[in-house]
Design a protein around this ligand. Structure first.
Ligand code: GDP
Length: 491
């Protein structure tokens, strides 16, 4: 069996980087996915105190070859022929503690690119953008905060190749920095650290590097393996270095995809536009998405009517790692969900309808399921009926933020008050929401959205409370307050 760098390194307890440089020292130049010759492998293993025994199983190898031959003849459409694989841009996300400069850094990178390019266009936040650096491209997820990243991880879909962890030089590691680092390590995504705000008073780069070392991610210049770039998002210092390091890291990862396959990929975010209907930003992971293609995502489908990039330019085709906003959806698909190509619009519609049917039946079955009748559940039910419940209706600008709101609400723990999310939707807060809230005795929570005309008097008439927010933790605080208010003061 071939000995591949990617698998061989962990077997020796080494980071692939380390193995590659070890090999280099021996005059052998191998990258991540390349095989190491047996004699070389034995030597390296010896150096790290391992005795490498290579078993040649002739039969197994022959069988493997036969299977490969068979697969080739059948030509499985889901398996790429290695000769169709071409390099693709890395997809990068930026994580870090609040106020450490994620948004500023994303803006600075975008700006650096605009100066180089001929665009003077109006940038649109579509959830992701791509910058060009010489011959290469780098794709950035433009959703600071890791709600989107988390969601994708939960769904088992991973779009990101490299995570940039932002740490403010004047503040250091904070709880969300550690949390983000944990996510990156769990997701097995490559890590680059950007030490930001190096221009700020009290900036101390060495202190941050010390903190990195304590966490086992020592920076390269401290004898570790973590690429670390000092930057100032505000002044623009170090941005070019950061892009260079990202390009370098992408090389090491040898990212490839088959542009010839039917397109599939991930939904980054979606929203419903009053003029253009449902919109969704997607990142193609395999294949090329073209105008006229039919795609399906859960119970929604699209015949791609038009595609735009983050400058609002019309795009005719989107190869792997390219983010585009797609118009032509039947509804707004969920962020983090996977989309796939269909033969044609009819097939796409059928698949989406089947999925919708399945979900409807599932919901109906759950509602009709006989309740447990053990003594415990009886007591639990009594307790539940005595519990106070705060019902909420959530309205947000995009699905991505709906998920963030849901996340915050789910993190609120109370034994005395139950929090019930009646519905979650995207768009302005309208009269229907008020009527629904009035009937169900719910509160409306708006996030990054506004009220339609005439909603305020209607809400007053029905005694419906509407609260709107632009900052997620303020929403969390307010909900906690409302839950506390529900409890009788004497209890
Ligand atoms: P986010 O919450 O991580 O997205 O952080 P922001 O990008 O919103 O930045 C938070 C604050 O830090 C803002 O007031 C920025 O102006 C400031 N800031 C961001 N980058 C820098 C920097 O490089 N230097 C200085 N001095 N301030 C910065």
């Amino acid at each position: 069996p071939p000995i591949i760098v990617r698998d061989f390194a962990p077997a020796l307890g080494l980071k692939p980087f380390k193995l590659i440089s070890e090999l280099m020292a021996m005059g052998v130049f191998a990258s991540m996915n390349q095989t190491v010759e047996e004699t070389v492998a034995v030597k390296v293993a010896e150096k790290f105190g391992f005795l490498l025994e290579i078993k040649h199983r002739g039969d197994a190898a022959a069988q493997q070859a036969k299977l490969a031959e068979k697969a080739k003849k059948k030509k499985d459409p889901n398996v790429d022929d290695p000769k169709d694989l071409v390099p693709r841009p890395p997809v990068v996300c930026i994580l870090g503690h609040v106020d450490h400069g994620k948004t500023s850094l994303l803006d600075a990178i975008r700006k650096a690119n605009v100066v180089a390019g001929e665009f003077g266009g109006i940038t649109q936040h579509i959830g992701a953008y791509q910058v060009t650096r010489g011959e290469r491209k780098i794709t950035f997820l433009d959703t600071p905060g890791h709600a989107a990243f988390n969601k994708m991880r939960e769904r088992g879909a991973s779009v990101t190749d490299i995570a940039v962890l932002v740490i403010a030089a004047d503040d250091g590691f904070m709880p969300q920095t550690d949390e983000a680092l944990q996510h990156v390590q769990n997701a097995k995504v490559a890590l680059i650290v950007a030490i930001n705000k190096i221009d700020a008073k009290g900036a101390n780069i060495d202190q941050i590097k010390g903190q990195m070392q304590q966490r086992g991610i020592a920076s390269e210049d401290w004898g570790g393996e973590t690429i670390t770039v000092p930057v100032s998002a505000i002044k623009g210092d170090g941005i070019d270095d950061l892009l260079e390091m990202l390009a370098l890291q992408a090389d090491v990862l040898e990212l490839k995809a088959n542009p010839k396959a039917p397109a599939s990929g991930i939904i980054i975010e979606s929203q419903i536009d009053t003029g253009r209907g449902p919109l969704a930003t997607v990142i193609v992971q395999r294949g090329t998405l073209r105008i006229g293609d039919a795609i399906v995502c859960g119970q929604h489908w699209a015949k791609v009517r038009a595609m735009f990039d983050d400058q609002g330019n019309n795009v005719k085709e989107a190869p792997p790692s390219t983010p585009v906003r797609v118009i032509g959806w039947s509804g707004a698909p969920d962020s983090g969900a996977e989309f796939k190509s269909s033969k044609n619009a009819r097939e796409a519609e059928n698949i989406a309808e089947e999925e919708e049917d399945r979900l409807r039946k599932l919901a109906a079955a759950q509602a009709a399921a006989p309740k447990e009748s053990s003594i415990e559940s009886l007591f639990a039910n009594i307790a539940a009926t005595q519990q106070k419940t705060l019902k909420v209706i959530i309205k947000t600008d995009v699905f991505g933020s709906a998920e963030a709101v849901r996340h915050v609400l789910e993190s609120i723990k109370s034994t005395k008050v139950t929090l019930e999310i009646v519905s979650t939707d995207v768009g302005l807060i309208g009269k229907n929401d008020v009527l629904m809230a009035g009937t169900g005795g719910a509160v409306i929570l708006g996030f990054n959205t506004k009220l339609e005309n005439g909603v305020t008097p209607l809400a007053k008439h029905h005694g419906v409370r509407i609260e709107t927010f632009n900052i997620i933790y303020e929403l969390g605080d307010k909900v906690r307050e409302m839950m506390a208010d529900l409890l009788d003061p004497e209890l």
